[in-house]
Design a binder for this molecule. Structure first.
Ligand code: IMP
Length: 181
């Protein structure tokens, strides 16, 4: 698996250190308010687990799974809900946890959808931000790391459903996905 990684972009230690800082910031911002953390499956699972575990306050959690049509390294903006939230978010303070915001099309769709359900507040926390590729303007409240315009894998992020269990964020060797185009 590691032989497919061109280089490590963010190490395990850097990830955990930044996640602890994000947890402190979120705790402070939501002090005295109940918080529902919504993780987007499957990519945000590792981040969501470590982020909520680093918080010293109670949180409720829920998950949503969406998929976007298109080639495997590109987002199309056409989003299908594969698993909706279990509970209503009406009147709740909701924090969406995402693995990476790339074009922003997926998140824009989800924000529109969840906003129509009447939450008390709706914010976004993404581990990675690929600003260079953004096609739509989005409010992102918490960002773990800005990353360059390269296809990254590990710590939840996949290519063709694999590499999610790498403990770091790495850059996939371009020949891996070029060979399949
Ligand atoms: P967007 O709609 O273009 O912002 O794409 C968001 C989704 O595309 C993310 O939640 C990821 O699942 C996937 N994605 C975008 N860039 C990468 C990447 O570099 N590696 C792995 N998945 C990615």
């Amino acid at each position: 698996m590691r032989e497919d990684v061109a280089r490590i972009l963010i190490s395990e230690e850097e990830l955990q250190q930044r996640i602890r800082a994000l947890a402190r910031q979120i705790e402070a911002d939501y002090a005295g308010k109940p918080l529902l953390v919504v993780g987007l499956l499957k990519g945000a699972v590792n981040f969501m687990v470590d982020l909520t575990r680093a918080m010293q306050r109670p949180v409720a959690i829920d998950f949503m799974a969406v998929s976007s049509y298109g080639a495997s390294t590109e987002s199309s903006g056409i989003v299908r809900i594969e698993k909706d939230l279990n509970d209503s978010i009406e009147g709740k303070h909701v924090l969406i946890v995402e693995d990476i915001v790339d074009t922003g099309l997926t998140l824009k769709y989800i924000l529109g959808l969840l906003n129509r359900r009447g939450p008390a507040s709706l914010r976004v926390c993404t581990l990675l931000n690929k600003q260079e590729r953004r096609l739509v303007d989005l409010p992102i409240d918490y960002i773990g790391f800005d990353v360059p315009n390269e296809f990254v894998i590990g710590y939840g992020l996949d290519y063709n459903q694999i590499y999610r269990n790498l403990p770091f964020i790495g850059v996939l060797k371009p020949e891996i996905y070029m060979s399949e185009k």
